[in-house]
Write a protein that binds this ligand. Structure first.
Ligand code: AMP
Length: 424
């Protein structure tokens, strides 16, 4: 029809189709299982929040806040923003629900969609999903080590191979100013070799310079002083303890002095996980400690640490590595019928089978038996029940073993019982 556009999912978004369900289930169920094993509880926050929560909680100078937020005014004139990340909302919930009164630390995990107006490309979307955790209320290095361990065990449980964890410490408000001075001094000397963005970063957020992927900036970045070499005694000891615990369980940690989070409320430990083939968009997940963030959001000083992983990127890596994931959605039983007299009995039998816990697909309208058996095969059903005139008269059902291509007749009740046993 003229005038009706051909609709497509908005740029940077995608549909998850039934054939990919197994991957999503596999990743999300593994996340739920691992989070449970480590004693984390699920948290879900609203899809949108007050815009200012993210401006304060992510940071005014970040790419997320300056360029990537989906911000809109609602009909009441409130400025709202689709959640671009999970930490600020989770801390908001911690404050709002007085979680400081619960035993500390409070350990939470989430599986939530995020929204960033980013330039879409491989592994980078405008709507994407994250599995993340936040541990609030404990500054011990053991918490850092356990959060990194959970991230690692999760990715390992998925069967991913060849991953590396990169680790760094960016110090605290006590030691960082001195380090930043050294950094600014260094980059000012190399100012003319820096890209345009980095020249600006040098003014607003010098730490972020270390993160620049631009070829032109690499020589200056490689020669830059490392934050881990300029920590105060407390931060140095914290870093030594975190590394010691990770080494004790033999996690393949690689120190990366260029790994940063460029905001003041990020403190000490930062980490990222990379798959074997590294690309600009390759990080599977990352996180860090944010001991200054709660104050930024109006709470009492409260330490915290967390990570977030991108589920779409993880699924892409599972596919790339050819990891076999459990099949889902296959019916165990297909109920076929022939002739109007068998229509209702077939409908009822399928219902009975499902109520006994047997995943069942049924024919719902007239079709040839050949078409029905073909469908049962395509769906991967292990058995088929066939109801036609003969079975209706005898009060039985024909049971077909789809794999062995054998079939027999038996009373319906016993056929259901046998199927239940066969299903195990
Ligand atoms: P971040 O919240 O930026 O630290 O990102 C944590 C993880 O989320 C990354 O390591 C990615 O796996 C994933 N991620 C971040 N941004 C995107 C995006 N635009 N599209 C898909 N995944 C993303």
């Amino acid at each position: 029809m003229r005038g009706i556009p051909v609709y497509q999912a908005p740029r940077g978004t995608q549909d998850v189709l039934p054939e990919d369900e197994k991957y999503w289930r596999y990743v999300e169920e593994t996340a739920v299982k691992l989070a449970g094993q480590f004693g984390y509880g699920l948290i879900r926050t609203p899809t949108f929040e007050d815009t200012s929560l993210f401006v304060r909680g992510v940071g005014e100078s970040t790419d997320i806040v300056t360029k990537e937020m989906y911000t809109f005014e609602d009909k009441g004139g409130e400025s709202l923003t689709l959640r671009p990340e999970g930490t600020a909302p989770v801390l908001r919930a911690y404050l709002e629900h007085g979680m400081a009164n619960r035993p500390q630390p409070v350990k939470m995990y989430y599986l939530m969609s995020m929204y960033r107006y980013d330039r879409p490309q491989a592994g980078r979307f405008r709507e994407f999903n994250q599995f993340g955790v936040e541990v609030v209320g404990d500054a011990s290095p053991g918490v850092d080590a356990e959060v990194i361990l959970l991230l690692w065990r999760f990715l390992e449980a998925l069967g991913l191979k060849g991953l590396t964890i990169q680790l760094n410490s960016i110090g605290c408000p006590r030691c960082r100013p001195r380090y930043l001075e050294l950094l600014v001094h260094h980059f000012t000397q190399h100012r003319m070799q820096l890209c345009h963005d980095c020249q600006r970063r040098l003014e607003v957020n010098p730490l972020r310079l270390l993160d620049c992927k631009n070829e032109q900036c690499q020589p200056a970045i490689l020669a830059a002083p490392a934050s881990a070499d300029h920590l105060c005694d407390d931060c140095r000891q914290h870093f030594v303890d975190v590394r010691g615990m990770l080494e004790a369980i033999e996690l393949p940690v690689v120190l990366n002095p260029r790994l940063v989070r460029g905001l003041d409320y990020y403190t000490r430990t930062v980490f990222e996980v990379y798959p074997p083939v590294e690309g600009a968009q390759a990080a599977l997940g990352g996180g860090g400690r944010y001991d200054g963030l709660m104050e930024q959001l109006g709470g009492k000083p409260t330490p915290g640490i967390g990570f977030a992983t991108g589920i779409e990127r993880i699924i892409q890596n599972i596919k790339n590595q050819g990891i076999a994931v459990p099949e889902v959605g296959k019916p165990f039983l297909y109920v076929a019928y022939l002739g109007e007299a068998a229509r209702l009995p077939a409908f009822e039998l399928a219902d009975q089978a499902r109520r006994m816990g047997i995943p069942t697909v049924a024919t719902l309208g007239p079709r040839s038996m050949k078409a029905q058996m073909k469908l049962a095969n395509n769906l991967g059903a292990r058995f088929a029940f066939i109801l036609a005139e003969q079975e209706i008269e005898a009060g039985t059902v024909t049971v077909r073993d789809m794999a062995r291509s054998t079939q027999w007749q038996e009373p319906r009740a016993s056929a259901l019982e046998h199927l239940l046993q066969a299903k195990g």
